[in-house]
Structure formats: structure tokens, C-alpha cells
Write a protein that binds this ligand. Structure first.
Ligand SMILES: Nc1ncnc2c1ncn2[C@@H]1O[C@H](COP(=O)(O)OP(=O)(O)O)[C@@H](O)[C@H]1O
Ligand SMILES: [Mg+2]
Length: 396
């Protein structure tokens, strides 16, 4: 089966499209990436998404939902072209969409208690219309409705792709936020632990953008951090952030580590007279130490740490990660045959496949949901889509 996964994470840097082939060998699901097509947003669009995520008007969100639908559709068409295929060759699209708000703890509402919610946009009807491919989207709300946090959803896929009979592995994703999946030796999803560990590129990107008036949106290769010095006092303060000591299940986002955090960091930078390089160095160390906190909740040892996400390109963060985990070896997804930037998109292709196959995609011990669920909303390609689903089942 050929499935496209579409993902734009909390960094809001662009849509990543991965075309994968998924097949079954006996009881084992085999996943292989055929093509990858990242479609970066122009800076102006990234800025609109980030500000709409904090204070967007309903009109702006309504518009962005449709506009991002076009971007996601273009990313899907782009990866099809990159694979030299035709839309009719593709069975399914799984689209994560763009998170604009994530409130996993809920807001108390009169009479009904805390209502938890999450909102991903990039209209799937537009994706299905432009591509003619059945599109599955909105994966998170079902897990939330079942009592979970709706995140993270990639751990089940990490287990599928990275579990090892003799090595206990910690899979780390350095996106806007960092998240980890612990895979004990040899197991399926039993004993799996996964959660968001805290800030990653979101803080580093934000500091770069602010200090350069938007001229630079990331600390490329970690060069600026590499010129600075980690400030022990500030680091100690940052490590006392309550999110880091909170026990899982937990997930976080721009609400905790976005603009407000940048304001606080700027105040601390001025109080301690640090250069922007020192601040970036300290926050890069903070990112690595936050990932390291995962060990508090892991019993059974880690044999290897395998890191992916756009943040693997940041040498400062990677150097700190190696120090934090020493003597455990730290490698990247590339050394295990996967593209660091593509894996989250691959995960949403696998999640769409699972939904089409009537399999549950969430791991309740990870999200806190009361039961496993078949995730997502299905936008049919058009007439004949039921026959198409039946034929997919026939190939099971
Ligand atoms: N060359 C690079 N050097 C440093 N950081 C990079 C580089 N390329 C990408 N990144 C970081 O990776 C982020 C995007 O990673 P990604 O995995 O797409 O995150 P998300 O899932 O949050 O969108 C960028 O915002 C940037 O911070
Ligand atoms: Mg991204």
C-alpha cells in the first residue's frame, strides 16, 4: 500500500511530506520510505501561523485552515512527483495538520469540569479535493475524547520501526518541542514510556528571531550557541521549570514554551548581562538536560539513544545530548536508515494506514486515554471510496 504522511510541527517551519510503502509480512508490518518532500513555508506564513496560534482571530484561523489545506495538498503532490508516481497510484493520505492550540489539561467549564482540547488546521477536504486521494486527518481529538492528552501519537510507530530484541532504546525527537519514546528490549508496546520532555527548537528559534528582528529564524548548525558559554545560574533556574519535574503522561507546546517564555528569558538575560550567544548556549544545554530528565521515569536502563527531528542539525544541542547521556551512545535516525526530518511524516502515514485497517493508533499508557482508539476523520476521495477501502482490506 502506498501512503503519504503530511506533518507540520510546532516549529511551523513547513510541511514535510513522506511517501511510504507499507506491507505486511506475516504478523509484521513493514514500512519503507519511497520519497520525501519538505515544503518550507515562507517566513511571513510561519509568522502568521505562530501569531495566530496565540491570538488569531476566528477570521484568521478560518482563512489559515483553508490556506494550509492548499499547502498540504501541494506538499502531497510534490512528494508524488518526487517519486515519479501519479496520484492514482496512492492509496491514502494521513495528515497531521498544523497545531494551533493544544490544551491537554483542559479548562474548567461550568457544570462539566475540565474540558481538554487540541486544534490542528489544514483543511483535509482541500487535500482530498486537490489530490483525489482519501485523506485521514484530525488524529488527536479521538484520544482526547477517550480521556487522553491526544499526544504523543508517534510512540506506537517508534515501537514498530525501532524496537530491538537486545537493546533498550530511547528515541528522541527534537522538533519545536522535544519528545521521547523508551522502547525496552525486545518488547512490542508493553513497557513503552513516552512523553514530551520540554522545550527544543521552539525556544532556540524564538531567541534567534527576536535577536535578529526576524532576519534569522534558527540557530543554524548551532553556530551561535557554539560561540557562547552555558550560564550555570540561569540553567539552574530553567531546570526548575515545573514541566520538567511533572510525571508523565504529559504533553506541552507553544502555550508553555512560546512567547511568554521568550519574554522571561529576555528579562533573565538582561538581569545577568548575558550575550545572546550565552543565552542560546544555555538554552541548548537546557534542551538536552530536559531530554535527560526522561531517565527519572525509566527503569531498566538505556543501551542507546537515537535522535531525530530538525534539531539533529543543531551541533550544540547534539554535543550536549552526548554529554548528558554519556556513556550511553547517542546516534541519529540516519544511522538506522531513516531521515531525521521525515520520520514524523512517516508516522502519520502509518497512523492513517492503521485507521484504514481498523487498528488503534494511540498507546493509552502514553496518552492517558482510557482505551485504544481508531483515530482520525476520513475524507473520502469520492464515489467508489468504499470499494477502495474494501480492496485495501483485501490486501491485508
Ligand atoms: N541546519 C539546521 N541547524 C539548526 N537547526 C535546524 C536546522 N535545520 C532545522 N533546524 C531546526 O529544526 C526545526 C524544524 O524541525 P522539525 O522536526 O520540522 O520540527 P517541528 O516538528 O516542530 O516542525 C527548525 O525550526 C530548526 O529549529
Ligand atoms: Mg517542521
Amino acid at each position: 500500500m502506498k501512503v503519504i504522511g503530511l506533518m507540520s510541527g510546532t516549529s511551523g517551519d513547513g510541511v514535510d511530506a513522506a511517501l511510504v510503502e507499507i506491507g505486511r509480512r506475516k504478523s509484521h508490518v513493514h514500512v519503507e520510505m519511497v520519497a520525501f518532500h519538505p515544503l518550507p513555508y515562507p517566513r511571513s506564513l510561519q509568522q502568521r501561523i505562530l501569531s495566530a496560534s496565540v491570538s488569531g482571530t476566528v477570521a484568521e484561523l478560518c482563512h489559515l485552515n483553508a490556506l494550509l489545506g492548499e499547502w498540504f495538498a501541494n506538499a502531497a503532490l510534490g512528494v508524488i512527483r518526487a517519486a515519479k508516481l501519479h496520484p492514482k497510484d496512492i492509496d491514502l493520505i494521513g495528515s497531521h495538520g498544523q497545531t494551533v492550540h493544544h490544551l491537554p489539561h483542559g479548562i474548567k467549564d461550568s457544570g462539566v469540569g475540565a474540558i481538554r482540547s487540541t486544534l490542528q488546521i489544514a483543511e483535509p477536504a482541500v487535500i482530498a479535493e486537490r489530490t483525489g486521494i482519501t485523506t485521514i486527518a484530525n488524529f488527536r481529538p479521538r484520544d482526547i475524547a477517550a480521556g487522553g492528552q491526544g499526544a504523543p501519537l508517534t510512540p506506537g510507530v517508534h515501537a514498530l520501526l525501532f524496537r530491538h530484541p537486545r537493546h533498550a532504546r530511547l528515541i528522541v525527537n527534537l522538533g519545536g518541542i522535544s519528545n521521547v519514546t523508551y522502547l525496552p528490549r525486545g518488547s512490542g508496546v508493553e513497557g513503552l514510556i513516552a512523553f514530551d520532555t520540554g522545550p527544543a527548537n521552539m525556544v532556540l528559534d524564538g531567541l534567534m528571531a527576536r535577536s535578529t528582528n526576524g532576519r534569522m529564524v534558527m540557530d543554524r548548525e548551532g553556530r551561535s550557541a557554539g560561540r557562547g558559554k552555558v550560564d550555570g545560574r540561569l540553567l539552574a533556574k530553567l531546570l526548575a521549570h515545573p514541566y520538567l519535574s511533572q510525571a508523565p503522561p504529559k504533553s506541552t507546546g507553544r502555550e508553555a514554551f512560546g512567547a511568554k517564555m521568550l519574554d522571561e528569558l529576555t528579562v533573565m538575560q538582561q538581569a545577568q548581562q548575558l550575550t545572546i550567544e550565552d543565552l542560546l548556549a544555555t538554552c541548548s544545554r537546557w534542551t538536552a538536560e530536559a531530554v535527560g530528565t526522561a531517565r527519572r521515569w525509566i527503569h531498566g536502563g538505556i543501551d542507546e539513544v537515537i535522535v531525530g527531528g530538525g534539531g539533529v542539525r543543531n551541533r550544540a544541542v547534539m554535543r550536549h545530548l552526548a554529554e548528558v547521556f554519556t556513556p550511553v551512545p547517542v546516534s541519529t535516525f540516519e544511522s538506522h536508515g531513516w531521515d531525521s526530518k521525515a520520520l514524523e511524516a512517516v508516522a502519520f502515514a502509518v497512523l492513517a494506514y492503521q485507521t484504514a485497517m481498523e487498528q488503534c493508533g494511540n498507546v493509552p499508557s502514553v496518552t492517558g486515554a482510557s482505551h485504544p482508539s481508531v483515530l482520525g476523520c476520513i475524507i473520502p476521495s469520492g464515489p467508489g471510496w468504499v470499494a477502495m477501502l474494501r480492496s485495501l482490506h483485501g490486501r491485508k
